[in-house]
Design a binder for this molecule. Structure first.
Ligand code: NDP
Length: 237
């Protein structure tokens, strides 16, 4: 049986990825850092599909916790680096501590997980899918730390694809547009409507639409080093 490990699986896109892989026949391991109730619900939903499930409380920025988690996961074939945090803040008001935290969660956490997963993925001929953002490619006003972190994640994706391709491991990313999850609840309905108004597809995406693209990249045996926009056309603006 193949296992997928999804970081940040306690809600939103991470939960949708857990369920998409479970329905595709994988056993599922996932982690979260705080949201215990959400994690219990994800585990329940995965179990309902008949797939095996392991849930870890693991902060992806904590090297020891990440190493301990991967030591307990067997049959690893796909790593989905989804855990993320955003911060809405003017650059000149951003504290160094918060700037570093956003980089740590979105980029350093992915690095730690990829490093810990590498021996298992190389043995299995597995793959990595990183969950990035359109802001990593274009930059967003008031999201400097987040834009920088997702740009770093794109660089890491391309570098690892070159380095690990010869070892049989593919590394790709999805670049998400505005997706209807808790992450965007800080925006008012009017602000969200204004954002999607200018999109070619004129609506928010769903977590399930991102999960479908993640599964596609995990299974596409001749695609590596790609940053796939799944954004309703946001990259066209
Ligand atoms: P949510 O806030 O709904 O979910 C984030 C998930 O990450 C939660 O499960 C959270 O769990 C987990 N998480 C956060 N910090 C850590 C940490 N340090 N260690 C482990 N897990 C952590 O957001 P989304 O589902 O929307 O976002 C998922 C990914 O998609 C993120 O990488 C985000 O940047 C990206 N994305 C989302 C977009 C959107 O519009 N929603 C747009 C572009 C990209 P817990 O709270 O328990 O730690």
């Amino acid at each position: 049986m193949s296992t997928v490990l999804v970081t940040g699986g306690s809600r939103g896109i991470g939960r949708a990825c857990c369920l998409a892989f479970a329905r595709a026949g994988y056993d599922v391991a996932f982690c979260f850092s705080q949201d215990e109730a959400g994690a219990a619900e994800t585990a329940r939903l995965v179990r309902q599909t008949g797939a095996g499930v392991q849930s870890f409380r693991c902060d992806v920025t904590d090297e020891a916790q990440v190493e301990a988690m991967f030591a307990q996961v067997f049959g690893l074939r796909v790593l989905v680096n989804n855990a993320g945090q955003d911060e809405y803040c003017l650059l000149q008001e951003q504290s160094l501590q918060r700037f570093r935290r956003v980089l740590d969660v979105n980029a350093t956490g992915a690095f730690l997980c990829m490093r810990a997963a590498a021996p298992k993925l190389m043995r299995a001929g597995g793959s990595v899918v990183n969950v990035g953002s359109v802001w990593g490619e274009h930059g967003a006003s008031c999201e400097g730390a987040y834009s920088a972190a997702k740009a770093a994640l794109s660089g890491l994706t391309r570098a690892a694809a070159k380095e690990w391709g010869p070892a049989g491991v593919r590394v790709n990313a999805v670049s998400c547009g505005m997706i209807g999850t808790a992450m965007n609840e800080r925006f008012s309905p009017e602000e969200r409507a204004a954002f999607v108004q200018g999109l070619a597809l004129a609506r928010e995406g769903s977590a399930e639409e991102i999960a479908a693209a993640v599964l596609f990249l995990a299974h596409s045996r001749y695609i590596t080093g790609q940053i796939l926009p799944v954004d309703g056309g946001a990259h066209l603006r």
